[in-house]
Write a protein that binds this ligand. Structure first.
Ligand SMILES: [Zn+2]
Length: 262
């Protein structure tokens, strides 16, 4: 308990630290979704970034030299998923390994048991429940952040997997508060997942990337990408899915897109 208390206190101190102006301009420049958040959410996000950077270990791989730009661009997107929620900052994750490009990552990264290997080179990343690390390709990170409306975002995708691990199962359900929430979540997710599989097989275009038809864990990660990047389309075509995600994330991206559209 004492340890938990001091951890909370340390985190509060980190959140309250002045945020370096140079870091903030990196976020403004590289993560356009940040500019659409309310002022209060921006402040909360910057606080989370301070904690994230203090607690997570970053490593440049494949010859990549780590810079503030790389660490902060990743941290800001990862922390978007933490807003408004009680969070332990991805407790099972200790290290973030960053390769210069998906091609490099593909060549040098050994595939181990429990690593989620994204098959498509253009959006390569891995994370695993027992691994404690997450692998990202910097060119994909940058591209995903720079296009906040295409429904594809590697960092949101990989960190969504981390949220899925928080309840100790990798089943496409994050840690929810009540039994009723789990039931509602399962009902909506099962139906929508089945519908995406049908659409994928029939070649019918959908808001969701058909990669989500692979399994429930990928479905959760893919819907998370769409929730933050294509909220209007997701709400219009999959209202129940949008509403489940909105309740879990305690966010309504449609709102901030509408109010602060750039
Ligand atoms: Zn995945």
């Amino acid at each position: 308990m004492t340890f938990g208390f001091s951890k909370q206190r340390r985190r509060r101190q980190l959140q309250a630290k002045p945020f370096p102006a140079a870091w903030r301009s990196i976020i403004t420049r590289n993560v356009p979704i940040f500019r659409r958040l309310s002022r209060a959410d921006q402040i909360e996000l910057l606080g989370h970034v301070q904690v994230f950077l203090a607690e997570k270990h970053f490593e440049g791989c494949g010859g990549l030299e780590l810079t503030d730009e790389i660490r902060i661009t990743i941290a800001a997107q990862a922390c978007l998923l933490l807003l408004h929620r009680r969070t332990d900052y991805y407790p099972q994750l200790t290290s973030i390994l960053v390769y210069p490009s998906s091609y490099m990552a593909h060549e040098v990264r050994p595939i181990e048991t429990h690593i989620w290997s994204e098959g498509d080179e253009a959006r390569l990343g891995h994370t695993g429940r027992r691994l404690g690390s997450l692998v990202l390709a910097w060119d994909d990170v940058r591209r995903g952040a720079a296009n906040p409306g295409d429904g594809r975002n590697l960092v949101l995708h990989e960190f969504a997997h981390q949220l899925d691990f928080e309840d100790y199962t990798t089943d496409g359900a994050p840690a929810l508060a009540t039994k009723a929430e789990y039931q509602s979540w399962a009902r909506v997710m099962n139906r929508e997942f089945a519908a995406l599989r049908v659409a994928a097989e029939a070649g019918i275009p959908t808001v969701l990337d058909i990669y989500g038809a692979e399994n429930p864990a990928e479905f959760f990660a893919v819907v998370t990408e769409a929730f933050f990047e294509r909220p209007y389309a997701l709400r219009a075509r999959h209202p129940e899915l949008y509403s489940e995600f909105s309740r879990f994330f305690r966010q309504d991206p449609v709102q901030y897109f509408a109010e602060r559209a750039t």
